[in-house]
Design a binder for this molecule. Structure first.
Ligand SMILES: Cc1ncc(COP(=O)(O)O)c(C=O)c1O
Length: 419
């Protein structure tokens, strides 16, 4: 493959034989699984016709057990989205009004909105206060684009109650220093693992390898259709609880199950002993996620192979391939290339489009979104400069197991011609 030396290189237009390469693989996954899905749906509908129940049934329980085993966590509670899992984590930990929760400036908006959305709870009176929790934005590590522990330390205040470690793009945040900070200041660590199914982290202290969602106090997974595994219909998500929660674990497990089901703790349908919302997972999503969980490691390995080929194609160019930190297994939910300049970013995007490769929008810096920027939602911005600098230079390259050989080669060809 030859490499263009100039930014003025014009990519050849895709030939008629070249089909469009979609930015994400969910459509193809749906196609591949269609006949199995149809069978699953038919079975669930038949059962539901007899029992009148198609949420929180046996498949939801089986999914929870399977996730518990896969992640090696104390409990796993299925909910209706990753956002619900995040809100549940913030609410169930019963953080006092005025608490601050530290989050990275570079994440998906729902990490932040879920904090604003959650109730705070007064530890003395037990009173619930809406809007009592404040997200505090800090900067990201320049190589992994995940939460920077030094920036977290800078943001600590008397009000800090928790840290949300977002495993952005599929790579786990540097959990050891974050857990050390949490232990030193008695903070909770919530893992936002919405993008990190299949990612792992080797704890440098013990050499123990942890799955994403198993290392903090709670983990929050999205199981929407675009994720490494996900429901093909409605949204879905999952909350994990770990042994770090200690003696609080049994009550939190019970409260999480009540929380997703209108605050119902006992069997009586209309007695609501605690706070809750409607956030149950349906049986269709559970069956589908359960089936996909069995393929997760194989699919992640394929994502890694494809990513390695792209990174090799980029070697020697001025573009930066994703950095994989030592001891971490990157699950490559996204493969993001960093351009050296804005001009170079636009050049690569136009070449990708010219070659029939769809270019997805990339994540924005959350504190720069209108409701935070204009002070309309409570937040505190400590640092976001690095996030701003990096976010504007990233280009998302299609990277999913359903890509065909010809398509991977086509993408490699474009990457290898980067200046
Ligand atoms: C980092 C992050 N957090 C939270 C969420 C919210 O998950 P959901 O869309 O399932 O509500 C997402 C979804 O993409 C995400 O990427």
């Amino acid at each position: 493959m030859s490499r263009s030396a100039s930014y003025a290189h014009t990519a050849t237009a895709p030939s008629a034989a070249q089909s469009l390469i979609p930015a994400q693989g969910n459509g193809r996954r749906l196609q591949q699984r269609l006949s199995i899905l149809q069978q699953e749906v038919a079975e669930i509908v038949t059962e539901a016709a007899e029992t009148g129940n198609h949420t929180n049934g046996p498949r939801v329980q089986a999914l929870e057990e399977a996730f518990k085993g896969y992640l090696k966590v104390a409990d796993a509670i299925a909910v209706n989205s990753g956002s619900s899992a995040l809100r549940a984590a913030c609410e169930l930990l019963r953080l006092p009004p005025g608490s601050e929760i530290i989050i990275p400036a570079y994440t998906f908006i729902m990490t932040a909105y879920s904090v604003n959305d959650a109730f705070a709870v007064d530890p003395q009176s037990g009173t619930f206060t809406k809007g009592g929790l404040t997200p505090v934005f800090v900067d990201i590590d320049p190589q992994t684009y995940t939460l920077d522990p030094a920036s977290v330390r800078e943001a600590l205040s008397e009000r800090t109650a928790a840290i949300i470690a977002v495993h952005m793009l599929g790579q786990m945040a540097d959990m050891r220093p974050l857990l050390d900070l949490a232990d030193e200041y008695r903070l909770f660590v919530i893992e936002d693992a919405a993008q990190a199914h299949g990612a792992t982290y080797c704890d440098p202290r013990t050499n123990h390898i942890y799955a994403a969602g198993s290392m903090g106090d709670c983990g929050c997974f999205s199981l929407s259709d675009v994720k490494n595994i996900g429901s093909m219909g409605s949204d879905a998500g999952l909350l994990t609880l770990t042994t770090r929660l200690g003696s609080r674990l049994p009550s939190l497990s019970a409260e999480a199950r009540a929380w997703r089901n209108t605050g119902r703790l006992g069997r009586h349908r209309y007695e609501h002993q605690t706070w809750g919302i409607r956030a149950r997972m349906d049986e269709y999503s559970a069956a589908e996620c359960l089936a996909q969980l069995r393929s997760l490691d194989r699919w992640v390995a394929r994502r890694q192979q494809i990513a390695a080929r792209y990174s090799a194609a980029l070697a020697g160019t001025s573009f930066t391939a994703p950095y994989i930190a030592p001891g971490r297994r990157h699950a490559f939910f996204n493969y993001m290339v960093k351009a050296p300049t804005l001009e170079a970013r636009h050049l690569l995007e136009s070449r990708l489009r010219a070659a029939g490769i769809q270019v997805a929008d990339t994540y924005s810096v959350v504190p720069d979104q209108p409701l935070y920027r204009q002070g309309l939602l409570p937040c505190r911005i400590v640092a976001a400069e690095r996030a701003r600098e990096i976010a504007q230079l990233l280009v998302a390259i299609p990277c999913y197991p359903e890509l065909r050989e010809e398509e991977i080669a086509r993408i490699e060809e474009v990457l290898s011609h980067c200046p």
